[in-house]
Design a protein around this ligand. Sequence first.
Ligand code: UDP
Length: 245
Amino acid sequence: SNQSYRWRRVLLKVSGEALAGDQAQNIDPKVTMSIAREVASVTRLGVEFLIFQVAIVVGGGNIFRGSTWAGCSGLDRSSADYIGMLATVMNAIFLQATMESLGIPTRVQTAFRMSEVAEPYIRRRAVRHLEKGRVVIFAAGTGNPFFTTDTAAALRCAEINAEVVLKATNVDGVFDADPRRNPNACLLDSLSYNDVMSRDLSVMDMTAITLCQENNIPVVVFNLNKPGNISKAIKGERVGTLIGA
Ligand code: UDP
């Protein structure tokens, strides 16, 4: 196909909350399967060569969020955050298994060593996997407490020279007010990094959005529960809210 797409290498951020779907369990296999199907559809678009290179950062909030548990029973913030990072590894391995069941070669790389379970994060190796058409799932966040997987998404995106962070969420995008409280809240088509920061629109934490701004990485916030949205976002079709300069 001669169609030129907007980007070639993307960083898809899947939050833990999104993986939970409407299940009482931590992970909804319908959600992991639909993510895998959509990723499969775009990584197989090119017959002779691969059009899209997809790297994924998974969250862990469906299993454990450090900030929620810090202070309980003597658990300090750093230890709580390490548990949170381990939670992202569980999600990553589940997602990897689902992707590979559809025949998508997938590698998990962890920010701290767990070499019996997954590769350690090695930037050059991650890029090589992508070039060979493998999906790379980055787990364990940044490997540091006090950070988030949104920050990990921005960081890995910059490191591997991906062109965009696609933030898959449970809402349609960024609204000018909280849509759960204000029925007149409007979905915003696009906005600037500064808008996100100054208007206190809870899109990403400040560390993550600042990293995106400093590296000119656009962010697309979109709803992964609408069928077709992930592949649309990867193909650069209009979906959700675009955050940029
Ligand atoms: N976490 C961390 N450092 C990181 C990324 C994540 O300490 O670089 C921990 C933190 O405790 C966080 C948990 O892992 O609460 C799960 O990640 P996050 O809350 O970002 O997941 P999501 O909101 O995407 O489900």
